[in-house]
Structure formats: C-alpha cells, structure tokens
Design a protein. Structure first.
Length: 253
C-alpha cells in the first residue's frame, strides 16, 4: 500500500473508481434484497449518519497529521540550514588547516543536502546517503583533529556546532520516514468503501451522476492528504529555501 500512497494521483484514480463501484454495488443490493420497512429505514439512516460522521473525523485527523508532518519537515530544513551556517562560522576557532578543510567539506555536504531535498526518485537516494555519510565522517575527523591540537572553550563551540550539523541530518531523515500509519489508511479507506455502499443502497434513483458526488469528495480528500504527506511523490513539497539561500551566500563569499 505504501507505493500507492507515494503517488497521490494514482491513489485518487483508484479510490474514485473503487468508491463509485461501491455505491453502485449498494444500489444493486437494494434491488436484490427485501425492501426495508419504515422503521428499518430510520435505523438505516442512523447507521449512514454515524458512518459518515466517523469517516469525516478520520479524514480530519489524518489531514491534521499530514499537515503537522509537513510543518515538521519545513522546520527541520530551517534548523539544518542554521546548523550548517553556524558551524561554517565556528570553524574559525580551529587551527587554520583544519578550518579550511572543514569549510570545503561543508560546502560539499551542503550540496548533498540540497540533492536530498530535491531528489524526485528514490533510486537516487542510496548514492546521496552514501556520499552524505562519507562527508560526515570526514567532517568529524577534521574537527577531532583540530580539537586535539588545542583544547579551549571556543574549540568546544566548534565541536558542538558540528554535532548539531550531524544530528540535524538524522532528525530530518527521521521526519521524512515518519508517515501516517498504514492501519489508519486501511481503516479510513474501508469505512469510505462501506459508506458509499450504504449511500448507494439508500439511493432511490439509478442516475450515474448521483453516485459520483461522495466518491469524488472522498477521493479529493485522499489526494490532498497523500500529497501533503508524501515527501517526494506529491506536488506539495518542502522546498529547501533556507539551504538554497545558505548555499548562494557561502559560495558568493
């Protein structure tokens, strides 16, 4: 199910067709089963109302979860840019050879972080992650080498800054892995399917346009949630504006 969620347009198309078929199936069952009397219809309408209310709550909670994760990714991108920019300045506290080497490595590291945010296909991520880990090891080695030559409070600031740079990458990666649980999607889609069957069963006309309203509304909701929640597959993505600005600033010096 996860690959489908990475392609919101595909999810929209499949869910629209499936929910429309569910509504048609409900209408078909009504024609085949025993008609409900007036008292049974009152209970049936109560069930429809409760089911749609529950579905609305699930969609609302899922949308809130998706937006909060999107905001978290944006905030972490800003923190990562700040950490790199701060460390670029703090390396002045290290010996000159180490400081110059760290600056060059930080520029390369910044390029890799930009590639991570702008990569569209997951197939390019292994190479980006491998290069990022390599640069992280080199950065830490240079900082450790510089700190071994002199142990002062200002050098400790450079070490702390590099620690923030490395940690910020880990926090960002964790945020991009943090997705809406698969069980929540399964529950939401299942209730949506049942709701359309109930609405189709309650419909007294067979006009095709009647069965499009609810499936279309639900499919658009699923599209929006999946688009916001998918870091790479959707149209709504985190643009690394802070990292881009930092890169332009540092390379323009």
């Amino acid at each position: 199910m996860k690959p489908i969620l990475n392609f919101p347009i595909l999810l929209f198309t499949i869910s629209l067709a499936a929910l429309w078929l569910a509504a048609r199936a409900g209408w078909w069952l009504r024609r085949r089963l025993r008609p409900l009397d007036e008292a049974e219809w009152e209970d049936f309408n109560l069930i429809i109302t409760a089911t749609l209310t529950l579905l609305g709550l699930l969609i609302g909670f899922s949308f809130s979860m998706a937006v909060s994760r999107y905001d978290q990714r944006k905030n972490l991108e800003e923190e990562e840019a700040n950490a790199i920019g701060t460390e670029y300045l703090r390396v002045d506290f290290l010996p000159v050879p180490n400081a110059e080497a760290i600056r060059q490595l930080l520029l390369k590291y910044l390029d890799q972080r930009l590639l991570f945010y702008t990569a569209i296909r997951d197939s390019s991520l292994p190479q980006i992650n491998a290069e990022t880990e390599k640069l992280q090891s080199q950065l830490w080695s240079e900082v450790r080498a510089g700190a071994s030559q002199q142990s002062t409070a200002t050098v400790a600031l450079a070490i702390s800054g590099m620690n923030d740079v490395l940690n910020s990458q880990g926090y960002t990666q964790a945020a991009w892995w943090n997705r809406i649980p698969r069980a929540a999607w399964i529950l939401m889609i299942t209730i949506a399917f049942c709701s359309n069957m109930l609405v189709g069963y309650a419909s007294r006309r067979s006009g095709a346009h009647i069965f499009w309203a609810l499936p279309l509304a639900l499919s658009v909701s699923f599209l929006l949630i999946a688009d916001i929640e998918s870091p790479r597959g959707g149209m709504i993505r985190v643009r690394p504006q802070n990292l881009i600005s930092l890169s332009q600033s540092l390379k323009g010096q």
